[in-house]
Design a protein around this ligand. Structure first.
Ligand code: ZN
Length: 255
């Protein structure tokens, strides 16, 4: 009886906010929906509010771009470069400005090997609710370093963590810089301990003409991603794909 009574008291106190008006409740609901929509937009690889975002290219040609985020790093840069050279593949590296400043030789080696280089911000911060000045500094310092290491091609931008909302897309749009995301992300869809074979199998299963594949190979924790690269390249070639850089892919189709 005691338990029943206290339950009844709880039930009277808990439901809703009894003195909130219908208008206030509607306002809260609309606010919550808007916040959820903005959150989804901020992390979507397919959409942003301003400017051109490319997650893949519409083409019937069996072309795929392999892209590597982060770094350069001292140990794994020579390893991925040796691997790509042995496979005769040109890829696209989205480099972090601060890491270029720590490892300029590794960064120059990427350029010298003929790969495409893109801008992945200076400090790898989440670019949400940032001031226009912060965004401009992150992008411009990194692009200046990318020119210093000898890269002369178009520099596209890939947002750290894929995050963007207002100021970043607006800035990139005004500067006529393309945002490049991805359409195949095995690491985001597999357990962190997935084997190289599992990572490669995911890519081969999901790959379509015009796709952009995202991998992280620069750090020790991503050894399996690094080891997956030859398996991915061999498997894609067996399915008739040719591996190209992002700029080559962009030149091939309507986005
Ligand atoms: Zn990153």
């Amino acid at each position: 009886m005691g338990a029943f009574a206290s339950g009844a008291v709880q039930a009277n106190r808990l439901p809703g906010y009894p003195h909130m008006s219908v208008v206030a409740r509607a306002f809260v609901a609309v606010f919550a929906i808007a916040a959820a929509a903005l959150w989804l937009l901020s992390r979507s690889p397919q959409y942003q509010l301003f400017g051109e975002l490319v997650d893949r290219v519409e083409t019937d040609d069996r072309l795929i771009a392999l892209t590597f985020d982060d770094g350069p790093a001292r140990e794994n840069t020579p390893r991925i470069l040796a691997m790509l050279a042995a496979l005769d593949v040109k890829a696209t590296f989205y480099l972090v400005g601060e890491a270029i400043s720590y490892h300029p030789e590794e960064a120059r080696a990427i350029v010298a090997a003929g790969h495409e280089v893109g801008n992945h911000s200076y400090t790898h911060s989440r670019m949400l609710l940032r001031s226009p000045g912060f965004v401009a500094s992150e992008v411009e310092r990194t692009s200046a370093l990318i020119r210093e290491i000898g890269y002369t091609g178009a520099i596209h931008f890939r947002p750290p963590y894929g995050k963007k909302l207002f100021t970043l897309p607006y800035y990139l749009w005004r500067q006529d810089i393309k945002t490049i995301t991805w359409s195949v992300a095995p690491e985001s869809n597999l357990p962190s301990h997935a084997s190289p074979e599992a990572i490669a199998a995911y890519v081969l299963e999901h790959a379509r003409p015009g796709d952009i594949v995202l991998l992280h190979v620069m750090f020790k924790v991503r050894e399996h991603s690094l080891a997956a690269v030859p398996l991915i390249v061999q498997g894609l070639r067996e399915s008739g794909y040719r591996l190209v850089t992002v700029s080559e892919l962009l030149a091939h189709g309507e986005t």
